[in-house]
Design a protein around this ligand. Structure first.
Ligand SMILES: Cc1ncc(COP(=O)(O)O)c(C=O)c1O
Length: 387
């Protein structure tokens, strides 16, 4: 196996599991959103779903819709939730369902790249960019598009710029850095929900990607959705998904619709909840803000690292003025001579993702903030002991 191929392997024996002892490996490399487990245990039956064996046999969901494999229940609940939260314009937009937003990202690249261009379309994103963007763009060595790195350094006027906001890995709020009229954008808004960041306006971009993975923690359900302005682009995205997987699991869509419904009901119809008063965004924000406070204290005590600061901003959804609580901590090693932050953590049995994956120096490392309490608390304990 080549060293590049080895580098691509991202699943380890500690992925997805709880640390079993005080000195166990702490895996915070992935953004595995298991912190939501305790919320959904509280919600209980109100978000459960039973799918009878005779249902979901057909490939087709709604042949009158351009996205013929989209379950209408899901589309309804996704629009309802956007309208409740106010984070994106969802009415009068074409909704495309995908097997995670990972599939929709590829569908969008396919849709935005001309099939007859002499050269592949350049795909760019400002550093530090989400580590999967270059890998997904290039793994098939497509003749349609290719990864061209940091958007800020790109010269030319034909490109697809991926804008991730709030940004993975550093939590910053972003806008496109390139402004050519020939350029296209894909906005990955996976984290534009009130538990992570104040909602300042309803986003209204050409292609916006969302995912239940980061919204509610149901990453294993593998459902994402895109809100698309242009019907022709939306139709090409549907064509990609048709060719790639002949649609998207209906079982997963029904489950995701039930989850989204339970979230909205928590605000709009508390009477139908098994336990009234369960509000997912409040749960997420409370937990994340406690974690960020603990992390900032531990980082300060260590004297080794720094973290980005976030301005307090008014959130239109909660009505409060709050700081962002991103799903990842973007740590910078400040100690003289310590060049590889992820390697330093690894020596202390903490798995993180180093800056190189995000297009920057290796004195940065990304740490997941959305794992289970046991894992996060053990991480803080170990961080406190680092000198
Ligand atoms: C910015 C961003 N987009 C997309 C994804 C993947 O989403 P999905 O699980 O829906 O494929 C992630 C997962 O970490 C992410 O951080």
């Amino acid at each position: 196996m080549t060293s590049t191929a080895q580098q691509e392997i991202s699943v380890s024996s500690s992925s997805g599991s709880r640390p079993v002892s005080k000195d166990a490996i702490i895996n915070l490399d992935h953004g595995d959103p298991t912190m939501f487990e305790s919320f959904w245990k509280e919600v209980g039956e109100a978000a459960d779903i039973t799918i009878p064996s005779w249902r979901t046999l057909s490939y087709f969901s709604d042949v009158s819709n351009f996205c013929w494999f989209l379950q209408p229940e899901f589309a309804h609940e996704a629009r309802r939730l956007h309208n409740l939260v106010g984070n994106a314009v969802a009415d009068d937009r074409f909704l495309v369902i995908g097997t995670g937003s990972t599939q929709l990202f590829q569908a969008a690249l396919f849709a935005l790249s001309p099939s007859d261009a002499p050269e592949p379309m350049s795909v760019v994103s400002a550093v530090p960019y989400y580590s999967s963007f270059p890998r997904i763009t290039d793994y098939l060595r497509s003749a349609l598009y290719r990864w061209s790195g940091d958007a800020s350094k790109f010269e030319g006027d034909a490109y697809i710029e991926v804008v991730c906001s709030p940004n993975n890995p550093d939590g910053s709020i972003r806008e496109a850095v390139l402004k050519s009229s020939n350029g296209k954008t894909i906005h990955d808004l996976a984290y534009y929900w009130p538990q992570y960041t104040p909602i300042t306006a309803a986003a209204d971009h050409d292609i916006m990607l969302f995912t239940v993975s980061k919204l509610s923690g149901h990453a294993g359900t593998r459902v994402g959705w895109a809100l698309v302005k242009d019907v022709e682009v939306a139709k090409k995205m549907v064509k990609f998904i048709e060719l790639n997987t002949i649609g998207v699991s209906k079982d997963s869509q029904l489950r995701a619709a039930t989850i989204l419904k339970a979230i909205s009901d928590g605000y709009e119809r508390p009477d139908v909840q098994t336990k009234p008063g369960l509000k997912m965004f409040e749960f997420g924000r409370r937990l994340l803000s406690m974690r960020w406070q603990k992390l900032r204290e531990a980082v300060k005590a260590s004297g080794i690292f720094t973290l980005p600061d976030f301005e307090s901003v008014h959130c239109k959804f909660t009505g409060e003025t709050t700081e962002a609580c991103p799903a990842f901590a973007w740590l910078k090693c400040e100690r003289e001579g310590m060049k590889d932050c992820a390697d330093f953590f690894k020596k202390h049995k903490i798995l993180t993702r180093g800056g190189g994956h995000f297009g920057v120096e290796s004195n940065y490392a990304r740490v997941s903030m959305v794992d289970r309490d046991e894992t996060f608390d053990l991480f803080i304990e170990r961080l406190m002991s680092l000198r």
